[in-house]
Design a protein around this ligand. Structure first.
Ligand SMILES: Nc1ncnc2c1ncn2[C@@H]1O[C@H](COP(=O)(O)OP(=O)(O)O)[C@@H](O)[C@H]1O
Ligand SMILES: N[C@@H](CC(=O)OP(=O)(O)O)C(=O)O
Length: 456
């Protein structure tokens, strides 16, 4: 049995949803489908999830919600009309949204989750209705009843494997199961959403729970490419890669698949295939436990921007037991997670995503480090830093790879601010100035992939 997830672009319009039905019809093992909310129809368009966030914010600010509400309902109305469904479906969705709006309470975060989940929930109901409309038996699965359990607050939302036994019953459902992505329920019945892009995670959880033969993730590209296709012209398609490689690349900037979506499938050895809804015949990218990496040590190069460096210097830091722990404790107190901590004899840098930093907490952090750790110098050195990450299982066996990468970067005339080789040796990270990011990516791509057409 296959579990298929269809992303926002695959369900953005009536035409796209018709393709989804054709894909499901063409293979009887495609039994469970996980759907996102309608995504962008064209580059400047807004995803329904973003329209819902706007609507929730309008409500939280006690402003008139009618225009923001109509913007969401219109998206579904257009889809329902295009699919030839009963026009009352738009009214049902509007009523659902008004009911959700009425749950507004002091807990803004939970209210926001309830509003965001409406995108996937209503789309799953609509798509199930369309399957039945064209004579294919299908049913909407409610994540609460089906058992998609997530942890209680305040931790980051994660699925609880104890829900898997109940979820497994989806296998026995009659007809096609249409499951909304992006959210689950705590044991006490509270709705919580995953991080943005989290329908990939739902698909992986469901695929793991039913022990699917394959988790197919349908999107709008033929495969995962070795580099971001919007920066590198015609990058090589990746035929096969490991879970670990995909996770590293997703975390480092490959937005095509969520980094948290690998683990559930991996733990139950469910292979993942990234495929294109607009070209389902293309083989896509297979994500599996092992690959032959002898001919291709590097599988992909990811980039991400928006990092800052906190630089701390203190004479004899290396001899001061507990210095690093106390420094990181100060960051923990501010709710800040860090990415890398390159260090020297008398200094240490902490690389932090800008989303964690504010004017206020920067000043506080510097003050505390000076006062409590008696540092000689503390400052935020770079605030527009990019991380360029080379990923590949074969890297730990390839000599001279770092030299090749550094030489390629030198050819662009750019400076390397930081190098970090992950302890797993599956990744090699370069910190560079954001302004140099694209030219470095192109040069590294040329160095490691130029003559390769299809990988693995
Ligand atoms: N290395 C990469 N390979 C393939 N696609 C990538 C890569 N890096 C970024 N992308 C982008 O990811 C997009 C697909 O992800 P996303 O927009 O989340 O799709 P969906 O709507 O199906 O969830 C592609 O359109 C592509 O622009
Ligand atoms: N709709 C949610 C969840 C999701 O996974 O969407 P998509 O498949 O469009 O990335 C979001 O926009 O974050």
């Amino acid at each position: 049995m296959k579990v298929c997830k269809f992303g926002g672009t695959s369900v953005a319009t009536a035409e796209q949803i018709k393709k989804v039905v054709d894909i499901v019809k063409s293979d009887t093992s495609r039994k469970i489908i996980v759907v996102s909310a309608p995504g962008k129809r064209y580059p400047e368009d807004e995803k329904v999830t973003d329209l819902l966030i706007t609507l929730a914010n309008v409500a939280l600010n006690n402003k008139n919600i009618e225009t923001a509400l109509e913007n969401v309902v219109t998206r579904y109305r257009l889809i329902a009309e295009g699919l030839g469904l009963d026009s009352t479906i738009a009214q049902v969705i509007e009523d659902d949204l008004r009911n959700r709006l009425a749950t507004k309470s002091n807990d803004e975060s939970l209210f926001m989750d309830t509003m965001k989940a409406a995108g996937e929930d209503n789309n799953a109901k609509l798509i199930a209705a369309y399957f039945n409309h064209v004579g294919i038996l299908a049913q909407y699965a409610c994540p609460k009843k089906a058992g998609l359990l997530v942890n209680e607050r305040p931790e980051r939302v994660q699925a609880l494997p104890e829900g898997y036994a109940q979820l497994e019953n989806l296998k026995n459902a009659e007809g096609i199961v249409v499951f909304p992505g992006f959210f689950g329920y705590t044991k006490s019945g509270t709705l919580r959403t995953f991080n943005r892009g989290g329908s990939d995670i739902t698909g992986s959880i469901v695929a793991a729970a039913v022990r699917a033969d394959l988790y197919e993730n349908f999107t709008d590209v033929d495969s995962v490419f070795a580099a971001n296709p919007t920066v590198v012209e015609n990058p090589a398609a990746i035929g096969k890669m490991t879970y670990r490689e995909m996770r590293e690349l997703s975390y480092a900037g490959f937005s095509v698949f969520h980094d948290e979506a690998l683990m559930p499938a991996f733990l139950r050895s469910v292979p993942v295939c990234i495929k294109n809804t607009n070209n389902p015949e293309a083989p896509g990218t297979m994500i599996v436990s092992e690959r032959d990496y002898s001919s291709q040590p590097v599988i992909g190069i990811a980039t991400d921007s928006g990092f800052s460096t906190l630089f701390v210097e203190k004479y004899l830091m290396n001899q001061e037991i507990g210095f690093g722990r106390r420094l990181l404790q100060i960051l923990e107190d501010e709710g800040i997670s860090f990415e890398h901590t390159p260090s020297g004899i008398d200094n240490m840098s902490v690389i932090i995503r800008n989303e964690y930093l504010t004017e206020e907490n920067r000043v506080k952090i510097i003050k505390r480090i000076k006062e409590e750790l008696h540092a000689d110098d503390v400052h935020f050195r770079e605030t527009d830093y990019s991380m360029i990450v080379l990923v590949g299982e074969g890297m730990r066996h390839a000599t001279g790879l770092t030299a090749r990468a550094a030489t390629a970067i030198a050819r662009t005339g750019s400076n390397i601010e930081m190098i970090n080789q992950g302890s797993s040796e599956v990744s090699l990270v370069f910190g560079v100035d954001k302004r140099d990011e694209d030219k470095i990516l192109r040069e590294l791509y040329t160095e490691f992939f130029q003559r390769v057409k299809v990988l693995a």
